[in-house]
Design a protein around this ligand. Structure first.
Ligand code: TYD
Length: 133
């Protein structure tokens, strides 16, 4: 359903740096990057699945939680480090919540923004899972 990827830290006496590269530590060609920040208290984001899109999420500052659901089981993951990324395949329902005030969630994607790739209704998501089997 997802994979946690440890990112290699290029650290020296000045501090730390992490590089993200296509087809190296990011296992797809990156076409789009966006980031979610300044999220208001109590807000839930996501609440959708993607039909084809693959994504890689890194919480580069602060923390948040993400609920992942593949139609059969659910998992909650706490994202609180810039040194780990979560690789999400298509057809995973996701809900992000409990954002800290300083949370910056960076998302890399293998396709451009396409609103037709979204499944915004949970029951429709479950139906699409079944038809994809
Ligand atoms: P949305 O997909 O609702 O965010 P999330 O599901 O992660 O909470 O996106 C919020 C708004 O931003 C919506 O108007 C669509 C727009 N948007 C873009 O224009 N490009 C993008 O790459 C993304 C992810 C969103």
């Amino acid at each position: 359903m997802y994979k946690i990827i440890d990112l290699d830290i290029k650290g020296d006496e000045r501090g730390s740096l992490i590089a993200l590269e296509d087809n190296s530590n990011i296992p797809f060609k990156i076409k789009r990057v966006y980031y979610i920040f300044d999220t208001k208290k109590g807000v839930k984001r996501g609440l959708h699945a993607h039909r084809r899109l693959k994504q890689f999420l890194i919480c580069v500052s602060g923390s948040c939680k993400i609920l992942l659901d593949n139609g059969y089981r659910q998992e909650n993951i706490y994202l609180n480090t810039p040194t780990k990324g979560i690789l999400l395949d298509s057809l995973i329902w996701r809900e992000m919540y409990d954002f800290s005030r300083d949370c910056v969630l960076v998302v890399l994607a293998n396709e451009y923004y396409d609103k037709d790739d979204y499944i915004n209704d949970y029951q429709s998501f479950l139906k699409e899972i079944k038809t994809n089997e």
